[in-house]
Design a protein around this ligand. Structure first.
Ligand code: CMP
Length: 232
């Protein structure tokens, strides 16, 4: 037995917000709390997948790769979930790798327990569908960016997205990204070579639009970054 509190679960993970209380109480004993250090692989692309993970704290990078290159599909944060795709279709392997960008805490649930949730609460299929559509929308944006934007604009777009998703707005109008990020990680999110990204980061720093020192990223002038993006 574990001691996961259903109120805390609802507060931390929007997915559980409207789930019937007695169903949630029935499910919670089957849920595990897991902690991962920064840089840990939760699962690899191609692995067999029997669990879904709900993020309680921290950030997870979802990426797909071949021997030479990696493309980051998404950064997921508190309240989001991953691992549902292999779960919903037994026999299908993990479609991407999940690696922690920070220390991460998750709740995990096995397939058979998750199925109970899907079968017994008619809200759940709609919740899953909504979330999947949201992801598809984001994936479509990523296809657009990779096809139509140059690398500088792709980077600016990604930085502004990060600001929106996890940034902390400061009094002087700048926006701090509270997760350490390397040039290589940024390169992996925009499908470009690290050298190209480093050059563009330097240019943006010279223009006082961003500051990226010691892997700490601050968007210094959001307005000017947005304007630059609209110039293409
Ligand atoms: P699964 O295929 O089990 O394992 C990898 C997980 O990454 C997948 O389930 C989804 O939860 C998640 N995932 C895959 N593609 C994307 C994407 N484009 N955006 C966000 N998450 C994704």
């Amino acid at each position: 037995m574990n001691s996961i509190d259903t109120n805390k679960l609802r507060a931390n993970i929007p997915f559980f917000k409207d789930i019937d209380q007695s169903l949630l109480e029935h499910l919670v004993p089957y849920m595990r709390e897991e902690s991962y250090k920064k840089g840990a692989i939760i699962f690899h692309e191609g692995d067999e997948g029997n669990q879904i993970f709900f993020i309680r704290s921290g950030m997870v990078s979802i990426y797909t790769s071949n021997k030479a290159k990696r493309i980051t599909l998404a950064y997921l944060t508190k309240g989001e979930y991953f691992g549902e795709m292999a779960l919903m279709q037994p026999g299908l392997a993990r479609s991407a790798t999940a690696e922690t960008m920070t220390a991460v805490k998750v709740y995990s649930l096995h397939r058979s327990d998750f199925y109970k949730l899907v079968e017994k609460d008619r809200n759940v299929p709609f919740l899953l569908l909504n979330y999947t559509m949201e992801r598809l929308r984001k994936a479509n944006h990523q296809i657009y960016d990779l096809t139509f934007l140059n690398v500088q604009h792709r980077i600016i777009r990604r930085l502004l997205d990060l600001g929106k998703e996890v940034g902390k707005l400061r009094e002087d109008g700048s926006c701090l990204i509270p997760v350490k990020i390397t040039h290589q990680q940024l390169a992996d999110t925009v499908g470009a070579a690290r050298e190209t990204v480093s050059k563009i980061i330097m240019e943006l720093q010279d223009e006082a639009l961003i500051d990226l020192s010691n892997k700490k990223l601050t968007l210094l002038n959001l307005e000017a970054l947005r304007n630059k993006l609209n110039q293409h």
